[in-house]
Design a protein around this ligand. Structure first.
Ligand SMILES: Nc1ncnc2c1ncn2[C@@H]1O[C@H](COP(=O)(O)OP(=O)(O)OP(=O)(O)O)[C@@H](O)[C@H]1O
Ligand SMILES: [Mg+2]
Length: 252
């Protein structure tokens, strides 16, 4: 039988290793991790606190450099890139969403979303259009002039998702995107991720929660800086949440 057709790889990680050194202590946060992720995959990364999830995400997001191993993003080997080249790759290819939103507090939702476009020298008029479109895409067309302290937690995270998407990145990385949200709001963010996935977005998200991970199509589990399980969601224990009753709905 012939091999099934594989989608083009977005990520190819080989023997990726990251050791933090603090004085005479070494923390082996990532130990020779191998991971391939294809176009339009939706992957959840799970594991106990300290297992290396954020370390891996920071490397995938070109926010940090590995000590050893290789990282290819869309066929481009980033391993020997300097900080400026990595920043360029990050700006063009990667959207990052964090647990704590990381929005600029004093400026509007629109300005927050425009920010990555300023770094890539997109002209003012085009920034406005793209940022508005991104806010509309996440359901926040009516909150353009609001500042972060005038937005709910879920809305803040939507602004962060809009900012992550505004440059049209090939990869959306989310490190515990629902970690600061209640379950009903988390459910809304997961609906948004599902919509983005169906539109073709490649997504990798870290979560501690099985019911959040169950939204992904593939679940990678980490322990002590290594991947010990990598399965389609329906074969992972988190799959018991797939048919669970949905989160309580607001009374109408
Ligand atoms: N900047 C750093 N300097 C030193 N050690 C670090 C640093 N960042 C992480 N570590 C250590 O590396 C290990 C992996 O950390 P990491 O943040 O990747 O874990 P995690 O799986 O994301 O955990 P959590 O679920 O708590 O977010 C931990 O032992 C942590 O203490
Ligand atoms: Mg973490």
């Amino acid at each position: 039988m012939s091999e099934p057709l594989q989608k083009p790889a977005v990520i190819r990680v080989t023997s990726l290793t990251r050791t933090y050194t603090m004085g005479s202590e070494s923390v082996h946060a990532l130990r020779e991790v191998d991971l391939d992720v294809g176009q339009n995959e939706y992957v959840a990364v799970m594991g106990h606190s300290g297992s290396g999830k954020s370390t891996l995400m920071n490397l995938l997001g070109c926010l940090d450099k590995a000590d050893a191993g290789e990282y290819e993003l869309n066929g481009i080997n980033t391993t020997d890139m300097n900080a400026a080249s990595l920043a360029h790759v990050r700006n063009q290819q990667i959207g990052f969403v964090f647990q704590s939103f990381e929005l600029l507090p004093r400026v509007s939702a629109l300005k927050n979303v425009e920010l990555p476009l300023i770094y890539s020298n997109v002209p003012f008029w085009k920034r406005r259009i793209l940022a508005k479109e991104a806010l509309e895409r996440v359901g926040l067309g009516g909150r353009v002039t609001h500042k972060p302290n005038q937005l709910s937690g879920g809305e803040k995270q939507r602004v962060a998702v809009a900012r992550a998407l505004v440059s049209g990145p090939s990869l959306l990385l989310a490190d515990e995107p629902t970690g600061n949200l209640d379950s009903a709001t988390s459910s809304g963010i997961m609906d948004l991720f599902e919509q983005l996935y169906r539109e073709g977005q490649t997504i990798i998200m870290v979560t501690h929660e099985s019911d959040i991970a169950a939204h992904a199509r593939r679940i990678v589990r980490m322990k002590d800086g290594q991947i010990y399980s990598d399965l389609p969601t329906e074969q992972d224990p988190a799959s018991e949440h797939i048919n669970a009753p949905s989160f309580p709905k607001e009374p109408s």
